[in-house]
Design a binder for this molecule. Structure first.
Ligand code: TXD
Length: 313
């Protein structure tokens, strides 16, 4: 059986970890693409990872490029291409620049990898995944955004740290847009099968939810230069792996909704089943009124950014 092919568009911080994780798990041959000015850096990063094969023992090829021909026929495309916000830049300035980048990426992916399952990571996440789908015209089951897996992993980690228990026994789900309006569904969180609400005080749960909402900023402040890159990469790899191995995992991802949860025409983080066909199903559940209201508030935040995208493409 021919190996699968994974294209990583953007060879920055997250791109590098994506390549390492995908190689270690032998998910397929990996090609990382960046702009021509960074082609050499990209080749160097990938050669470095390739040269770890002797010790780590993986049998996949790992290469860098700036030429879209090299991603031809990719099964999975993970997009981290974009610019981060710099001091003095407004959110609009960033959106303006990243919409152009994502449009360019989408046009090229459409030509070279027309059947790929595409996972968008670039911020502002919920509007960039929208832009990618709009420009590529790919069906909705083959385009999604990564945010919920990361936000959920953060929540799980904080619960495990607080209770001093294995994170493996913590199950959780965080819905909504990727930002301070995200919605941790604490009612459904379990620890070893027991409801979190029965084993932790409401005040502690609220503190963990608040920390989760601001977790990205916490990392940005600590790093001083750049944003989280290991946990976002691990999260996107979990989604890619579920697709490539047809695992049918139930993961929260930004999916284009057509009426589910009362939302139409927007990519919003909801639980989905990811299998060999991509987003195979949006898992629906009946939310309590306060949860639904919080989700709609999150949608409102996404709507503004999407309207800005629509003005530009
Ligand atoms: O949960 C989430 N979705 C996120 C998103 C969590 C953390 C970070 N998130 C966002 O991912 C972050 O705000 C950024 O928008 C992306 C990528 O983060 P990363 O830390 O990897 O950014 P870098 O190191 O700046 O890398 C971006 C690379 C860089 O090498 C650029 O040269 C390249 O993107 N780039 C391009 N590549 C290909 N094609 C084009 N046009 C292009 N433009 C820039």
């Amino acid at each position: 059986m021919a190996r699968k092919k994974i294209a990583l568009i953007g060879g920055g911080q997250i791109g590098g970890i994506l390549a390492l994780l995908a190689a270690q798990r032998e998910l397929g041959d990996i090609v990382m693409l960046d702009i021509p000015e960074k082609e050499s850096m990209c080749k160097g990063k990938m050669l470095d990872i390739a040269e770890s094969a002797g010790v780590l023992g993986f049998d996949v090829s790992v290469t860098g490029t700036s030429n879209y021909d090299d991603i031809a026929g990719a099964d999975v495309v993970i997009v981290t291409a974009g610019l981060p916000r710099k001091p003095g830049m407004s959110r609009d300035d960033l959106l303006d620049i990243n919409v152009k980048i994502i449009s360019d990426v989408a046009k090229n992916v459409k030509i070279q990898a027309p059947r790929a399952f595409c996972i968008i990571v670039t911020n502002p996440l919920d509007s960039m995944v929208y832009a990618f789908q709009k420009v590529s015209g790919f069906p909705k089951h083959r385009v999604c955004g990564m945010a919920g897996v990361l936000d959920t992993s953060r929540f799980q980690t904080f619960v495990a740290m607080e209770m001093r228990v294995s994170v493996k026994d913590v199950s959780a789900v965080v819905l909504g847009g990727h930002g301070p309006t995200m919605v941790p569904l604490t009612r459904f969180c379990t620890v070893g099968g027991l409801p979190l609400t029965q084993v932790m005080t409401a005040a502690k749960i609220e503190a963990i939810s608040a920390r989760t909402r601001e977790a990205g900023t916490e990392i940005v402040n600590l790093l001083g230069n750049g944003s989280a890159f290991v946990s976002p990469a691990a999260s996107a790899i979990a989604m890619a792996e579920s697709f490539l191995l047809d695992q049918r995992r139930v993961l929260p991802a930004a999916a284009l909704l057509s009426g589910e949860y009362g939302i139409d025409g927007y990519f919003i983080g909801v639980p989905v089943v990811i299998g060999a066909k991509g987003i195979e199903k949006v898992v629906k559940l009946k939310l309590h009124r306060d949860e639904q209201e919080a989700l709609m508030k999150s949608v409102d935040a996404v709507k503004g950014a999407v309207a800005d995208v629509d003005k530009r493409i």
